[in-house]
Design a protein around this ligand. Structure first.
Ligand code: GLC
Length: 401
């Protein structure tokens, strides 16, 4: 319960535990979320398990940021290798971090502990349990076989039902991968400065530009887009494809494979892999269409919303959270949807946008109105604040294991 001081209720004290300080989607979503929370209602402190580019911007929106480094062996264990022998070898380092985290939380005494990544769920849940602090999992990834080894999936789903008092998921699609857990959906929101007030202000470039935004990863589909390129370039010889993002979390090998595919088709003048940028608004404004090519179900898909709120037409794969964004309440799609992994369908849909600009503009105008109404970050902050408040009021009462 937030303490009272005289008549005034003090803000709820929340400690958010994540492991990554890299600017990937989940971390950027949290940064915006914290920027939109009301400091009179919640005072958020952040704990990360590595130092990195996100620490400074987080420090601007959070009450305080602490870095409790995860030992190297534990930091190197990705989601795919959870439950493996390698994960076992990382155990001593993980125990050290658990000890540090528990000591840190014991000193800070937050009303609620919120964990935001797999490693944070694992370590933060144990620490919160030991300290009998209410725990909320904020989930950005689908608890599904494409993301997690089967051996750990069932125990993690079980943990999601037993350990946190509440779970926040970034889409209904993500929520559905946690059957039986007490899940609220809070869509990652866009900040006001990310949106154009009028989608009509978007101007197509003279020659078509296809934009794929997002970290370079097999889950984001850069390879599929490169494979769609030769056919598209044959139809539109002036076409350029810009793929903007960094190969985070050890995806350098995949980035090399994408570059090799570009070289193999001699597409270098038309197709570029460009490094990540802090603010993609200018790139969005300079494009003709945004392509979201994830061949596996995307948990949410923030770049789709980022394009919509600037009036840019979207082609996206129909899986995970994307249909919730582009087909609200089963109405007319606000962009073109294609089956995940289907290179031909992807090429045909991009061509449709380029060949029918009036149709694309109509959809983009409707998409803008719908996204502005549904995905403002203030709404996400309200949902999350309410979940945190209820969790704080519960004291420690996770369902009994
Ligand atoms: C993760 C998901 C992505 C989502 C983001 C914000 O990065 O992979 O789909 O948009 O979190 O919740």
């Amino acid at each position: 319960m937030p303490a009272r001081q005289g008549e005034r209720e003090l803000p709820l004290r929340v400690t958010l535990v994540g492991h990554s300080a890299q600017a990937s989607g989940a971390e950027l979503a949290l940064l915006r979320l914290l920027g939109a929370t009301d400091p009179e209602q919640v005072q958020v402190e952040v704990v990360l398990m590595e130092d990195g580019e996100l620490v400074r911007p987080l420090a601007e929106v959070a009450h305080r940021v602490d870095v409790l480094p995860l030992g190297r062996t534990a930091a190197g264990v990705g989601r795919a290798r959870l439950g493996s022998l390698e994960a076992l070898r990382a155990l001593p380092a993980a125990c050290t971090t658990l000890w540090r985290l528990t000591r840190h939380l014991a000193r800070r005494r937050p009303d609620v502990v919120v964990t935001t990544t797999m490693k944070a769920h694992a370590l933060g849940s144990i620490a919160a349990r030991l300290l009998r602090m209410p725990l909320v999992w904020h989930v950005h990834d689908r608890f599904a076989p494409e993301y997690l080894p089967r051996g750990v999936l069932a125990p993690l789903r079980f943990a999601a039902r037993r350990l946190p008092v509440a779970v926040v998921a970034n889409s209904r699609a993500t929520a559905r991968t946690l059957p039986g857990a007490a899940v609220s959906v809070a869509y990652p929101g866009f900040a006001p400065e990310q949106a154009l007030d009028d989608p009509g202000r978007h101007r197509d470039p003279a020659e078509p530009v296809v934009l794929l935004l997002g970290r370079v990863s097999p889950t984001k589909g850069q390879l599929e887009l490169v494979r769609a390129a030769p056919w598209l370039i044959a139809r539109h010889p002036g076409l350029r494809i810009r793929m903007v993002g960094a190969p985070l979390f050890g995806a350098e090998e995949y980035a090399r494979a994408v570059q090799q595919e570009i070289d193999r088709h001699v597409l270098g003048d038309h197709v570029r892999l460009e490094g990540a940028v802090d603010d993609p608004s200018a790139l969005i404004d300079a494009a003709t269409v945004l392509v979201h090519a994830s061949p596996v179900p995307e948990p949410f898909g923030q770049v789709v919303v980022e394009a919509m709120v600037r009036g840019l037409p979207v082609v996206a794969t129909e899986a995970g959270g994307v249909p919730e964004i582009l087909v609200p309440d089963g109405g007319a799609p606000l962009g073109l949807l294609v089956p995940p992994g289907d290179v031909e369908a992807l090429a045909v849909a991009v061509a449709e946008v380029l060949d029918d600009p009036a149709g694309a503009r109509r959809r983009a105008a409707a998409a803008h109105a719908s996204a502005v109404e549904r995905f403002a970050v203030a709404a996400a902050a309200d949902v999350v604040t309410e979940v945190w408040r209820r969790a704080g009021a519960s004291g420690h009462r996770a369902p009994r294991a």
